[in-house]
Design a protein around this ligand. Structure first.
Ligand code: AMP
Length: 155
């Protein structure tokens, strides 16, 4: 077990794995849902972060909650998209990580989410960490250290 503790993988931080804020598509809290849906459809992402005007992280908005919100009894009431603001529909209970958080914290945090946001101590948005990047890193490490894992299995 002592070898496992020394794995460099465990000391990799969120900062080195995140997609930095300048490369992340986002919307603002007071944008109409119409704008958010446009960003989501054009980017192909199922959800994007929501920021306030000072670039603090506020939540996440996805295609499904938007469409669900304007779903009437018999049809999607698309005309309502321009009347409702993102802040009324966004999900605010998504966990975040800090740039300094180590690999195992990141791994645990993305188990239930395709991505989580990286924020600083004051809540400013630094970027996102995707489950894909975490799994890719883990996969690489297990393959590079196959012998170590095989030895552990034999013990
Ligand atoms: P991926 O692992 O690349 O499939 O990304 C998983 C999810 O993370 C996507 O569906 C988006 O919700 C989000 N995401 C990934 N990259 C970006 C980006 N550059 N800007 C905004 N959201 C992103």
């Amino acid at each position: 077990m002592s070898e496992l503790k020394q794995m460099p993988l465990l000391t990799i931080t969120a900062e080195s794995l995140m997609i930095p804020s300048e490369k992340v598509a986002h919307v603002q809290m007071n944008n109409p849902l119409e704008h958010a849906l446009l960003i989501l459809v054009k980017s192909g992402y199922s959800a994007v972060p929501v920021l306030d005007t000072t670039y603090k992280f506020k939540g996440v908005i996805g295609k499904n909650p938007i469409l669900n919100h304007v779903l009437g009894l018999e049809r999607f009431e698309m005309e309502r998209l321009s009347q409702i603001e993102v802040q009324e529909v966004m999900n605010t209970s998504i966990p975040c990580v800090n740039k300094q958080d180590e690999f195992l914290t990141c791994l645990k945090t993305v188990i239930n989410y395709p991505f989580v946001c990286v924020v600083d101590e004051e809540g400013y948005f630094d970027g996102i960490l995707t489950r894909r990047v975490i799994l890719k890193e883990f996969n690489k490490y297990v393959h590079l250290n196959k012998t170590l894992f095989e030895e552990l299995e034999e013990e």
